[in-house]
Design a binder for this molecule. Structure first.
Ligand code: CTP
Length: 451
């Protein structure tokens, strides 16, 4: 991206002035100059301008509530304050100037300005009498001289009241010029895209188009007799979140569901598998390989497969009298068996395992090697907010290349998207490397594999 603001991140604060409708065009101009933009709306601004238009153009969810968290759990106005190269408030209403002059951080625009070390550019717009009032004059002077803000004075012209006078928002190119001048010569503040607020899903919308992804979810149930079984606490939330996210990103998804207590999503293929052996059979069938090629590009093994099953399944219900001693044998290691079988194929699918540990994650690298997978998503299920049935997870991603990345506590859907970001980039890398014989996507994406 070229432009005078290429690589820059700008917080665009919009406050409750009629000129707020011009903010959409202002956003377009900032984007055309190459800036990444996060829109911040005061409470009043939401009544003048629709967040949807701002969201579509900025590709970021609008921050309109100082108490709201970002979709990934971070505090929005602090992230913007820390990462912004400039904060631009346009239009700045008389009420906002007064709030800012007294440091009254009750809206997200004021809070961001208070928290930032970046230059702040303010473009007021209001009725002529309001602009001329001593209170407004004093507030503007405080912002300009006391805080060092750049104030782009309003123009003289026709106003919303029908009168003509000073108070009209300065021209949009003049406001953009002021932002360009404010950042000139300053280093880019954010260390990378990870330090910015997340972009909305449409950026990822079809990045898995043509990829065949199999996801397992839920626990397996190993029967004891026609009534009882050995099960576990898995609800299937994490696997279902991965399947949904992959579907939303255009993948052809097969969800292999064990015992799942959350609703199963539509728009994907669901195959039920009650036991470890049944799940193994479903996956080996899906893997295929008669023609030397894998039937899927990636397997995300989020299911909690039971490790033991009764050696024999009673055909009639066991009576309570006399007690019961179960003779348990190990179930097949589904993931390790699929990995083993996949290794012989010309196109090897990407394999992602999960490791639910209690206490320490020290065993995970060895588990990854033992199972022969590309990455392991490990978590400590004894930690509050993480593990079975929760809506959040704190996971560490361990890769076959020895890398390990600890993520903060995040909603499961965000964890799912981050896992898929990694899956996508590894699949893209494999496509680009002829030796590994990655499968080119079936259609639609740029840069298909050289084969
Ligand atoms: N898994 C599997 N088949 C099994 C057990 C586990 O495919 N019989 C998969 C799980 O779906 C998960 C990964 O292997 O993706 C790791 O599961 P985990 O229970 O942590 O590992 P175990 O093999 O059970 O190892 P341990 O008993 O030593 O914890």
């Amino acid at each position: 991206m070229t432009g005078r603001l290429a690589g820059r991140f700008v917080g665009l604060g919009i406050t409750g002035s009629i000129a707020a409708y011009k903010a959409v065009d202002l956003l377009r101009l900032l984007r055309a100059e190459g800036a990444e933009v996060q829109c911040l709306l005061s409470t009043g601004a939401s009544r003048f301008v629709a967040p949807l238009a701002l969201e579509a153009l900025s590709r970021r969810r609008v921050d309109a509530d100082v108490l709201d968290l970002l979709p990934d759990g971070r505090i929005g106005h602090i992230i913007v304050a820390d990462a912004a190269d400039a904060v631009l408030v346009a239009p700045a209403s008389a009420a906002w100037l007064a709030a800012m002059a007294s440091g009254l951080a009750s809206d997200t625009v004021t809070a961001t300005c208070l928290a930032t070390a970046a230059p702040v550019v303010v473009a007021p717009a209001m009725d002529g009498e309001m602009w001329g009032h001593p209170a407004t004059r004093a507030n503007v002077a405080r912002l300009r001289d006391g805080f060092g803000y750049v104030v782009v004075d309003p123009d003289v012209g026709p106003l919303a009241s029908g009168q003509t006078g000073p108070g009209r928002l300065a021209t949009l190119p003049a406001i953009v010029d002021a932002v360009v001048a404010a950042v000139a010569g300053r280093p880019i503040r954010a260390g990378g895209p990870g330090e910015l607020p997340p972009t909305t899903g449409d950026v990822r919308e079809t990045d898995l188009l043509g990829r065949r992804i199999v996801v397992t979810a839920g626990g397996t149930s190993e029967p004891i007799d026609p009534v009882r079984f050995i099960g576990n606490r898995s609800t299937g939330k994490m696997g279902v979140a991965v399947a949904e996210a992959a579907r939303d990103r255009g993948a052809d998804v097969t969800l292999v569901a064990g015992s799942v207590s959350v609703p199963l999503p539509g728009g994907l293929r669901v195959i039920r598998a009650e036991t470890a052996s049944a799940m193994l059979q479903v996956l080996l069938d899906a893997l295929g390989g008669a023609d030397g090629r894998a039937g899927f590009d990636a397997l995300v093994m989020a299911a909690a497969v039971a490790d033991f099953r009764p050696r024999a399944v009673e055909t009639t219900k066991l009576a309570r009298a006399g007690g019961l001693t179960l003779d348990l044998v190990a179930t097949p290691d589904v993931l390790a068996t699929v990995a083993e079988r996949a290794r012989g194929l010309a196109t090897v699918p990407l394999l992602v395992g999960f490791a639910a540990e209690t206490g320490s994650l020290d065993r995970v690298p060895e588990k990854l090697r033992r199972k022969g997978v590309d990455m392991m998503v490990a978590n400590d299920v004894s930690e509050p907010g993480s593990g079975f049935g929760t809506d959040t997870d704190r996971v560490t991603l361990v890769s076959a290349d020895g890398g390990s990345e600890a993520w903060p506590l995040l909603p499961k859907r965000v964890v799912a998207d981050r896992i898929l970001d990694r899956v996508r980039s590894l699949l893209d890398e494999r496509d680009a490397s002829p030796q590994t014989g990655g499968t080119p996507p079936a259609g639609g994406r740029d840069g298909g594999a050289p084969r």
